[in-house]
Design a protein around this ligand. Structure first.
Ligand code: BGC
Length: 473
């Protein structure tokens, strides 16, 4: 019954966006597509190559065509993302954010320099996101100039021999979208599909692999599992700030990312992924479309914790495996640490174990656990779309990468179809509520001069990529 209702609303959403899309394309004028090359053909080649060779791998060796890369997200690096929901929240007083994103890494103007770092290091893939609020600053008003900006980003990737992996939405949404109820709104999935269709019609030829949403299950992990919640957000004071944001919008509504009703947001995102997937496939059936999910390596460490584990998996992961079976060509696993579970929920890291600058346990083996668990449920190609560590001690990042990549190699040896490792992050960037304090980057950024400095960990990951083989750090 529930699923009939859901199917019905997917169909309804699709009909609505298809007719809206016709209006947009008729009224908006088309920009000629630059036929630089078929990125889709490249992605397909990659898929075939990655399969070849994976049977005869030596220990520590990776299949031909394996993707090695680094990731960013628009709002965290571009700077000046003034039409987004996050910009509004960051600049309110009081605010939930330690500091505003401001100019971030000025990647918006320096993307050429940043993309050039990847092949210089030996990496072949760049994961980045499009900023919906730049592309559609007002409902239905698409900026061809901003679409052109991302066209230049994609063209730069191709010129430099780098495979782009494009995220259509990485947390931030246009301010107007948050002000109409965000993902909680009954129109959310249609609006997202309209945006996906527009972007794909304009830029699809330059894309090969895309994901609709970044970590759409995060809100469920943070708030939705009694005993396992992982956030201090949601206090009365926090809710008051969100209420004031609604007032600022003039609608009395504000819902976005992890600020709102978690159940409605999560449900809205599940639907939006499906309508977004359909919209992209309708425009370009040959594009490889996936979704990236936030995961921990969940380990029951005390007797009686199995019920908690089951609750977490069934609420935060299983709905995405179910959706991905019909609506994904690949699945993105994003994992940073483990979750120790006892009968009453999440347990803190054991006393004395090393922690990262985010306060998580330093536990690179988590990635292998998350990949193995995903593979048990889902037999489609997996990509590590994020994995990394917040630290100012780069030797720890090198150790983290070595142990995490070893885990990927063990998965390959067990015939798990992992096709890429994309590290978070290329740059030290805006870490959301924590501002610029945590350093996840392979490359540091001076936030006054915007000078980039390559860290030894970037060189190390690049060496692994060049040899397509795990190296000693
Ligand atoms: C997100 C990134 C974030 C990273 C490190 C992931 O959950 O996709 O935006 O910066 O983790 O916290």
């Amino acid at each position: 019954m529930e699923s009939q209702r859901e199917n019905h609303s997917v169909e309804k959403s699709l009909n609505v966006w298809q007719s809206q899309r016709r209006q947009v394309l008729q009224g908006g004028g088309m920009v000629a597509l630059t036929s630089l090359m078929s990125a889709t053909a490249m992605a397909q080649n990659h898929t075939i190559q990655a399969v070849r060779n994976s049977n005869s791998l030596q220990q520590g060796e990776f299949p031909d065509g394996f993707l090695w890369g680094a990731a960013t997200a628009g709002h965290q690096v571009e700077g000046g993302n003034i039409n987004s929901d996050s910009w509004l929240l960051e600049n309110m007083k009081p605010t939930l954010f330690d500091e505003p994103s401001g100019d971030a890494c000025d990647h918006y103007h320096r993307f050429g320099e940043d993309i050039a770092l990847l092949p210089e290091l030996g990496l072949n893939t760049f994961r980045f996101s499009l900023e919906w609020s730049r592309i559609e600053p007002e409902p239905g008003q698409f900026s061809l100039a901003e679409i052109d900006h991302y066209r230049r980003v994609l063209q730069t990737c191709h010129r430099m021999g780098v495979t782009p992996m494009v995220t259509y939405n990485h947390f931030t949404t246009p301010r107007w979208f948050a002000g109409m109820g965000g993902w909680e709104s009954p129109n959310a999935s249609q609006l997202f599909a309209r945006y996906c269709a527009m972007v794909t019609s304009q830029l699809g030829e330059l894309m090969g692999m895309v994901t609709t949403l970044n970590e759409p299950n995060l809100i469920q992990l943070l708030f939705g599992i009694p005993g396992l919640q992982q956030t201090k957000l949601g206090t009365i004071e926090d809710q008051e700030i969100i209420r004031k944001a609604g007032e600022r919008m003039g609608t009395g509504l504000f819902s976005s990312w992890v600020f709102g009703d978690y159940e409605h947001i999560h449900r809205g995102l599940l639907l939006a992924h499906r309508t977004g997937y359909e919209a992209i496939k309708t425009e370009r059936p040959e594009l490889q479309v996936g979704v990236s999910i936030a995961m921990e390596d969940d380990q029951v460490v005390e007797p009686g914790g199995e019920g908690m584990l089951d609750k977490k998996q069934s609420l935060a992961y299983v709905p995405w495996f179910d959706v991905a079976r019909r609506h994904a060509d690949f699945f993105g696993v994003q994992c940073y640490s483990r979750c120790r579970i006892g009968p009453s929920g999440r347990l803190p890291p054991e006393p004395g174990v090393p922690l990262t600058d985010m306060g998580y346990e330093f536990y690179p083996e988590a990635l292998e656990g998350a990949l193995r668990y995903t593979h048990q449920h889902l037999k489609i190609p997996l990509y590590v779309t994020e994995n990394g560590v917040a630290t100012t001690d780069d030797t720890r990042r090198i150790e983290y990468i070595r142990r995490a990549v070893a885990g990927v190699s063990h998965c390959l040896a067990s015939d798990i179809d992992v096709r890429g490792y994309i590290h978070w992050s290329l740059l030290d960037n805006f870490e959301w509520l924590d501002g610029y304090r945590p350093h996840f980057g392979l490359v540091s950024v001076d936030h006054k001069t915007f000078h980039r400095h390559i860290k030894p960990s970037a060189v190390y990951l690049g060496e692994i990529a060049r040899h397509n083989h795990l190296m000693e750090g």
